[in-house]
Write a protein that binds this ligand. Sequence first.
Ligand code: ATP
Ligand code: SF4
Ligand code: MG
Length: 331
Amino acid sequence: MEENHKPYLHIKNLKVNFKGYDGIRTILDIDEIQIEKGEAYGIIGESGTGKTVLALTIFKLLEMPPGEIVSGEILLDGDDLLKKTDRQMEREVRGKKISMIFQDPMSTLNPVYTVGDQVINVIIKNQGLKKREATEKAVEMLRMVDLPDPERAMEKYPHELSGGQRQRVIIALALSCGAEIIIADEPTRNLDVTIQAGILKLIKKLQKTLNVTVLFIANNPGLISSTCDNAAVLYKGMIVEQGNTKEVLRNPMHPYTFTLLNAIPKSRKDKIILKKPDLINEKIDLETACIYYDKCLKRKDKCKMFRNNIKISEIHQVKCCFAQEKIQEGI
Ligand SMILES: Nc1ncnc2c1ncn2[C@@H]1O[C@H](COP(=O)(O)OP(=O)(O)OP(=O)(O)O)[C@@H](O)[C@H]1O
Ligand code: SF4
Ligand SMILES: [Mg+2]
């Protein structure tokens, strides 16, 4: 990669804390994420690991307090979003350059307006079209997201659609704003498997045909594997492994990634395997020890002072001294 190359979305040294009655907790401590224009990038991690906090921080909708952005930069095309005022974010970024798709489509859709009115309004507001042209465009957008019978869907209220259809409307709304980046925060979590597959296929199609950049968040690595070019594994707010999705998922190098991949039941009969070593009465410095130390089966003394990124290859990085040893042994 050339030296002056600037990723489209570049997150650097991002640290987010939450202040509570019990003190200050670090929720995100991300050294770097680089996302290129037009790529689909995945964030995988278990529940409570900071995925939604990351999405809200990029969108600058994190509740502050209790949240606090302690440090970092979120550069969109070289422009630091963290330096923008709320007004600038509203005028230039939210729903303009970046749109968000949440788990629950009803949190975005207005139940008292028809689907058509909602899409038309967004088109009039963002593209400056007259009502008739905007109506035609709205039907076109609903067709683009493969909503069956788009003309009839225009007349419906959100509650008259299925969960999968509502997510398609949200995607149409995001595209109608002209958003260049879509942040999809587990958009398929509440949908059944076949509907999930359809939404993933749609996101992939739009990314390829419209060159939309997608940040796709999931707690199921299976969803990332079919959708994303590159991916990061988030654990307790820290990226423990990242790189080319196939490489990370086929050849995981971090003990947490192994556990996460193992935890996908292959059939209903399979048990979820989450091994947890006994807690030992030893003192560790939470600021310097590997973030996975207390759960790791491979931990050694040196892991108490280990937070380095190890480059396995040009397309694969991992934060683990065990991986470092593997490299030294020639893997
Ligand atoms: N408003 C808040 N006040 C205090 N703590 C919060 C707040 N929002 C989130 N947190 C904490 O931040 C951590 C990360 O939460 P987050 O919602 O980002 O997890 P997540 O990875 O999106 O989980 P899930 O997969 O369940 O959606 C959690 O420990 C959560 O308790
Ligand atoms: S650095 Fe050590 S404790 Fe952390 S994941 Fe690797 S082996 Fe386990
Ligand atoms: Mg979440």
